[in-house]
Ligand binder design. Structure first.
Ligand code: ARG
Length: 265
């Protein structure tokens, strides 16, 4: 089953990359840097880049006091600077992000969001800026020692995430408890309401560090690519954000931001 995921993912990645090569390269020079007087990129609100996220996903996005910080917040700020736009971050349920972008409530979704074939049917994705892994969190003293032990167990996930999609597909909806926040799924595991949580590896590491008695299974459930999603109706913004991301990659900024937040085991 994992193999199936990898193939699906490979396809999605190829689509995302070919999309990028199709509209990226030649328009690079249109990107303005932070010194640009005014941006010409079409956005929901003139002069503002509105980012939709779900800020309960450390280290990609989380609250520090009342401010949303993390990898995605910093990447979005760097992109906005390149495009001469002001950044505004809107926090919402993960499940609402794609709709917010499709319906013009936000310009882009940046939320540790995985590129999937299914999502590509409704929304465009930029070039990928990071990789993720779906991990399995269990109780350290429990009886689940490998992915094979998950059959017949209750699995907690964050609603509409790839963890939810894979678990529902592989173990049946009836065995999957869906929570609005990843942290709520982890709390349910601690309280014994679920037996395992399938979630992205970086938040998994931070949840395990913050709560005693939890561990992450050695085998990854699936490997993924993260990218920003942008409406299919705003190709111009997609091109501009891709060009900004390419510049930020070239300048080493993306790697610097990732290094600042990524925890290595
Ligand atoms: N990578 C997973 C997905 O795209 C989970 C992302 C959850 N992100 C968040 N900000 N809560 O489905």
């Amino acid at each position: 089953m994992k193999f199936k995921k990898l193939i699906a993912f490979g396809l999605a990645a190829v689509m995302a990359v070919s999309m990028l090569t199709a509209c990226g390269g030649s328009k690079k020079e249109e990107v303005k840097d932070s010194t640009a007087a005014e941006s010409t990129v079409p956005t929901v609100k003139e002069g503002v880049l509105t980012m939709a996220t779900n800020a309960y996903f450390p280290p990609y996005e989380y609250y520090e006091n009342d401010q949303i910080v993390g990898i995605d917040a910093e990447i979005a700020q760097a992109v906005a600077d390149k495009l001469g736009l002001e950044l505004k971050i809107e926090d919402m349920e993960f499940d609402s992000i794609i709709t917010a972008v499709q319906t013009g409530k936000a310009d882009m979704g940046l939320a540790g969001m995985t590129v999937t074939e299914e999502r590509l049917k409704t929304i465009n994705f930029t070039e990928s800026y990071a990789t993720g892994i779906q991990s399995v969190i269990v109780k350290a003293d429990g009886d689940i020692k490998s992915i094979d032990d998950l059959t017949g167990k209750k699995i907690g996930v964050q609603l509409s995430t790839t963890g939810d999609i894979y678990a529902s597909e592989d173990y049946g909806e009836e065995n999957v408890e869906k929570y609005n926040k990843g942290n709520d799924a982890v709390m349910a595991l601690l309280q014994g309401k679920v037996d395992a949580v399938i979630i992205d590896n970086q938040p998994a590491l931070s949840y395990v560090a913050a709560n005693e008695g939890l561990e992450i299974l050695d085998t990854a459930y699936a490997e993924e690519e993260y990218a920003a999603c942008i409406s299919k109706d705003n190709e111009e913004l997609l091109t501009a954000v891709n060009a900004a991301l390419a510049q930020l990659t070239e300048e080493g900024t993306i790697q610097e931001i990732l290094n600042k937040y990524i925890v290595t085991e």
